[in-house]
Design a protein around this ligand. Structure first.
Ligand code: HEC
Ligand code: HEC
Length: 210
């Protein structure tokens, strides 16, 4: 744990401040599982840019549960090249099945803070067309997610995190295991995306889908 936090401090010091706009409600502290404060050291709206950890507030509970199980069983975050995933896998290893359920339930009920980054108008326009054409059918018109397709919300995620995950699906760091049907489905959709497509669609979602 101490190693993780000193690493985090390094990350926080090394990164230049990013221009982000924060707004919205603070997380409720009633019914907060004991570990949630630890999670928020990396996963809050204020810390997520520096840590590379996505906001969990407002995410679909079953999706959060599935990811935590996958970090624990090695389907996500096991590869040496997946530096961020490995950090999270070390955290997930300490969680019991009950912890996973209560943390997933807790974060899904919180309201995400709006974090928006700015981007070039032409890139946003390309991203918008891409989102409507190839993502919205599963992830929802407002990127709110749709569990009928096992598709998580994307609206609270940063452009950098989205780009990294699309690259991971494309290179097989996520969505490779035969038993992981939702992951395999997403991996299939990432295959047609060029690096430029990924940057554009991630910039569009990260900018709050203007
Ligand atoms: C040291 C920082 C750190 C801490 C503490 C931490 N995480 Fe993470 N977590 C990350 C990073 C970084 C990622 C992104 C990994 C990647 O890029 O695949 C992540 C990813 C996740 C994901 C996947 C989310 C998604 O949208 O796919 C879940 C769920 C998660 N963490 C839950 C938790 C919970 C619950 C806790 C507390 C018990 C916690 N994390 C503590 C750094 C952290
Ligand atoms: C056929 C339905 C489908 C389509 C189309 C689709 N996705 Fe997904 N996506 C999924 C599913 C299912 C998951 C969850 C995978 C898992 O459980 O690991 C996912 C996961 C993701 C994630 C990971 C989120 C996180 O919190 O880590 C990102 C980012 C993403 N999709 C972006 C996109 C983008 C951008 C597009 C359009 C270019 C797109 N998806 C098109 C079904 C889809």
């Amino acid at each position: 744990m101490r190693a993780i936090f000193s690493l985090m401090t390094l990350v926080l010091i090394a990164l230049p401040p990013v221009a982000v706009v924060l707004s919205g409600n603070a997380l409720a502290t009633t019914d907060m599982p004991a570990q949630a404060a630890t999670c928020l050291a990396c996963h809050s709206a204020a810390t997520s840019a520096a840590s590379g950890a996505p906001q969990l507030a407002g995410q679909q509970a079953t999706y959060l549960q599935k990811q935590l199980q996958q970090f624990k069983n090695g389907q996500r975050g096991a590869a040496v090249s997946d530096v961020k995933g490995q950090q999270m896998a070390a955290m997930a290893a300490t969680l019991s099945a009950d912890d996973i359920n209560s943390l997933a339930r807790y974060f899904s009920k919180q309201q995400a803070e709006v974090i928006t980054s700015s981007a070039d108008a032409a890139l946003l326009d390309q991203g918008r067309r891409q989102y409507i054409g190839s993502c919205g059918a599963c992830h929802g018109a407002k990127a709110e997610g749709n569990m009928a397709f096992n598709a998580p919300a994307l609206s609270m995620l940063s452009a950098d995190y989205i780009t990294l995950q699309l690259q991971h699906f494309k290179t097989g760091l996520r969505g490779k295991d035969k038993a992981d049907k939702p992951g395999r489905q997403m991996a299939l959709f990432s295959r047609n995306l060029s690096e430029q497509d990924m940057q554009a669609v991630a910039a569009y979602i990260g900018a709050g889908m203007p």
